[in-house]
Design a protein. Structure first.
Length: 345
């Protein structure tokens, strides 16, 4: 899912020339909290893995942990977030702070909470852009009070539950990241480089997050910097399934181009839900077209992955293509426009 809350130099030149895969505690913590509170979100697809909340509850029960403050206030936060559309920004908040550490991020947010109005001075260069972006959306005292309560609940959640789990998962997580980075550097990156360069997505950071589902996040950063992009995708369950993170990347990377093509066709949605559903289908189909053009040997596995994500079986052979088109339909004019946009890159 794309976001468009202004632009800013997010990663600068550190990642210019390629994508860096990472796992960050503050990103995992934030999306852990959001997945427990509002796993569906406002779009046509769940913004988080639907199985994640149940898995967390089971782990807490097995560990003999009493309900945390976040557990006790899930209904309160869910109601507050859904009543006010401004809180939709919370589904994307970590993307505006990719350089910040957990303490650094929460220090900045607590400064915002204490400010009755305006944007407080950022405590660090790593939080300056994000603080301004979030403060411009959550501008009222009541909104900031709710944000403050959520931040306090997340801090306790980290101390009581998630910190230990994050440490325990370190070995497997590092193995997954290393395998994924190797695959990207050796295979996917070189093959997709011409397209990524053309669409301004030649580099940046990809955060893999256990709480995220099929609908990831993408932030394009500054239009003048092709290497400062930020993506959030679902964490592969096993290290040898790293290609699934790449497939999710292609879907997220496609969103800016997809919206441009949809606008160019003059399509007018009946409502926001229809518009988001079309963009989602088009982004998935776009990823397939990109692979068809640049890495055709991966196309069928890509199609099978998204069929599985949609809860459908993936037939063998030519049946995969047919099922993929049925589950993610596009009208002919839009498909042709997408194909033209990708083939000419």
């Amino acid at each position: 899912m794309a976001i468009g809350l202004g632009t800013g130099n997010v990663l600068g030149q550190e990642s210019a020339g390629g994508w860096v895969f990472n796992s960050l505690p503050h990103v995992d913590l934030w999306f852990h909290g959001m997945a427990l509170v509002d796993p569906i979100g406002p779009g046509p697809n769940p913004l988080y893995d639907p199985a994640y909340p149940g898995g967390v509850r089971a782990k807490k029960t097995d560990a003999g942990l009493p309900p945390t403050a976040l557990d006790q206030r899930i209904g309160y936060f869910r109601d507050a977030f859904r009543r006010d559309p401004a809180f939709e920004v919370l589904h994307f908040l970590p993307l505006y702070f990719p350089r910040a550490g957990r303490d650094e991020l929460f220090t900045a947010l607590k400064l915002l909470v204490r400010a009755d109005e305006g944007i407080p001075r950022a405590p660090s260069a790593n939080t300056q852009f994000g603080l301004a972006a979030i403060g411009s959306v959550l501008a009222s005292t009541s909104q900031r009070n709710v944000l403050g309560e959520f931040v306090a609940a997340l801090e306790e959640e980290w101390a009581i539950f998630l910190q230990q789990r994050w440490r325990e998962a370190a070995s497997g997580r590092d193995q997954t990241l290393a395998s994924l980075q190797q695959s990207w550097t050796g295979v996917y990156g070189p093959a997709l480089a011409p397209f990524l360069e053309e669409v301004g997505m030649s580099g940046g950071m990809v955060a893999i997050v256990p709480a995220i589902g099929v609908d990831g996040r993408v932030f394009g950063g500054s239009p003048d910097d092709k290497g400062d992009n930020v993506l959030v995708v679902s964490a592969p369950v096993q290290p040898d399934q790293g290609r699934e993170a790449v497939y999710s990347m292609l879907r997220e990377i496609s969103f800016p181009m997809v919206r441009k093509v949809i606008d160019g066709t003059g399509y007018t949605a009946a409502n926001r839900g229809d518009s988001e559903a079309l963009a989602s289908r088009a982004a998935i189909r776009s990823g397939a077209l990109i692979l068809e053009r640049y890495l055709p040997e991966e196309l069928m596995e890509y199609q099978r992955f998204f069929l599985t994500q949609a809860g459908r079986s993936a037939p063998a052979g030519a049946g995969t293509e047919t099922a993929f088109r049925e589950v993610f339909p596009l009208d002919q004019a839009l498909e042709q426009a997408l194909r033209k946009e990708i083939i000419t890159k």
